[in-house]
Structures are given as C-alpha cells and as structure tokens.
Design a protein around this ligand. Structure first.
Ligand SMILES: Nc1nc2c(c(=O)[nH]1)N[C@H]1C(S)=C(S)[C@@H](COP(=O)(O)O)O[C@H]1N2
Ligand SMILES: [Mo]
Length: 245
C-alpha cells in the first residue's frame, strides 16, 4: 500500500507542508505526469492516475481504495431525515435515467468532456425526505473523501447522480457505482464512489476545501482552463459551466 499511495495528493501535502503546497499549487498540473505509471491497472485497487488511457481524462482519488464489489455495495441516506434509506446496487436501476454532455473542470487546471447518465437528486429526496432545517448533503466516499453540496446545487437541472459515463457503467476509476456530476462546480464538488449521503444543517467543508486554497462553494470562477482533449492549450473561461468547447 505504501507504493500505491506514493503519488496521492495527501502525501504531497504531507511532504511539502501547507504553505509550500499553496505556493506550488499552480505548478503541479504539468509536473511529473508524462512518465507517471499506472499503478492500478490489473489490481484490486484503484487510485489517482494520469497515465495510459487516462491521459485524456485524469483520475483523482484522495487515497487508493479497494475496487467496489456491487454485491457488497450499498448507499445509505441518513442525517437529518425521519426516513433514512439504504439502497442496493440493483435499486439504482429503477430510477428514471437522463443523460447530459458536460465538461468536468478540475480546479488544478485540466478539464475533459463526457456524456453522463444518471438520475436526479429528487429521487433520493422522495425516498428519504430531508428535514426542514437541512441545507445540504455531506457525501462520504469509499476512499474516505468527503464533499458537501447544498440542496440548491443538488436540485439544479444540470446536476445528476451519475451511474454511467459515455454510455457504459462508470469504471472504478471514475467512481463506480455512483457519483455526482455538477458541471458548474469544480471537479472536487463531484464526489465519486459514494457510500453515504448525510443531510446536514450547515455548510460543511469537504476534503479539499479543508486543506487547499479551494472555496467550500466550488463554483467555477472566471480564469484559464487547460482542456486535455485540446492538448491543454489554455482557454479563457467566463466562470460557471463551460459550454463553449
Ligand atoms: N471519492 C472521491 N471523489 C472525488 C475525488 C476524490 O479524491 N475522491 N476527487 C475529486 C476531484 S478533485 C476531481 S477533479 C474529480 C475528478 O473526476 P475523475 O477522477 O472521474 O476524472 O473527482 C472528484 N471526486
Ligand atoms: Mo480536482
């Protein structure tokens, strides 16, 4: 596991320390990536990788995790609800599905576009209605990643609880069996490999906004993007979801 964990960002932060990490944050995306091997292909584990076929759509995981077995997986919805619910993998198949094409934009500069298929958050609310004081959901993921999204963001027409990417089930790398796609927010607000959704009554910091210079809101700001499909050629973006390319 030490070798597998070698290149996780957690370790990067541990090694460099908070302030130094902030200072070099802008340099990170282009460093070391060209020869970075894929440690996870053909193993029981999955983690951060940018090599091989993932050159066109990077994979971020907070720490390496064991691949999820759909027979063992369940989704718990709890916190501020009088009707907590537990879903199995088969339950996911009964939701009304819809698809959208959108760009996932990581705050570390890169972005990539895909077609995502899934169901609206309203389906979750029907099963486990949030109490009145609920303002958002804290997502708990299989790699111990945590991220918060407001009810407003989750109820937005462009936000989906995603099970499929480019017309195939999500791969372990991209968050099988369930992730959020919220295309007007940075990638870190798109939690993968979700195990639990917890209704909470206050804005909660997620894994990245706790340690990095990243806002807890995570709305994409005006700036520069480096889309992977276009050779990372810099493009100006106006903020919000990227529709232009
Ligand atoms: N469980 C989990 N979800 C996560 C992350 C993570 O580390 N763990 N990283 C986030 C970040 S920073 C980004 S940019 C996107 C990347 O999605 P991808 O790995 O499918 O490209 O996943 C987000 N969801
Ligand atoms: Mo990211």
């Amino acid at each position: 596991m030490r070798a597998l964990g070698k290149l996780t960002r957690r370790r990067f932060f541990r090694i460099t320390g908070g302030l130094a990490a902030l200072a070099t944050a802008a340099l990170r995306p282009t460093k070391t990536l060209a020869n970075e091997p894929n440690y996870f292909e053909g193993t029981d584990f999955v983690g951060k990788t940018r090599a091989g076929r993932y050159r066109d759509f990077y994979i971020n995981y907070w720490q390496p995790m064991r691949r999820i077995d759909p027979a063992q997986w369940s989704l718990t919805i709890n916190g501020l609800t009088e009707r907590p619910a537990t879903l199995t993998f088969d339950d996911l198949k009964h939701f009304p599905m819809q698809s959208m094409n959108s760009r996932l934009k990581c705050v570390e500069c890169w972005s990539a576009r895909a077609t995502w298929t899934g169901f609206p958050f309203s389906e979750i609310e029907k099963l486990a209605p949030p109490k009145l004081e609920t303002v958002g959901v804290l997502f708990h993921c299989a790699d111990e990643y945590k991220e918060y999204l407001s009810l407003d963001a989750l109820r937005h027409a462009r936000t989906l609880m995603v099970t499929h990417m480019n017309n195939a089930p999500l791969t372990d790398e991209h968050g099988f069996p369930l992730r959020v796609i919220c295309p007007f927010k940075y990638g870190y607000k798109n939690p993968k490999a979700i195990l639990r959704m917890e209704y909470v009554d206050r804005v909660t910091y997620g894994t990245w906004s706790k340690i990095g210079p990243y806002s807890p809101d995570g709305t994409i700001l005006p700036g520069t993007d480096h889309p992977l499909e276009f050779g990372k050629q810099p493009r100006r973006i106006p903020g919000g979801e990227i529709f232009d390319y």
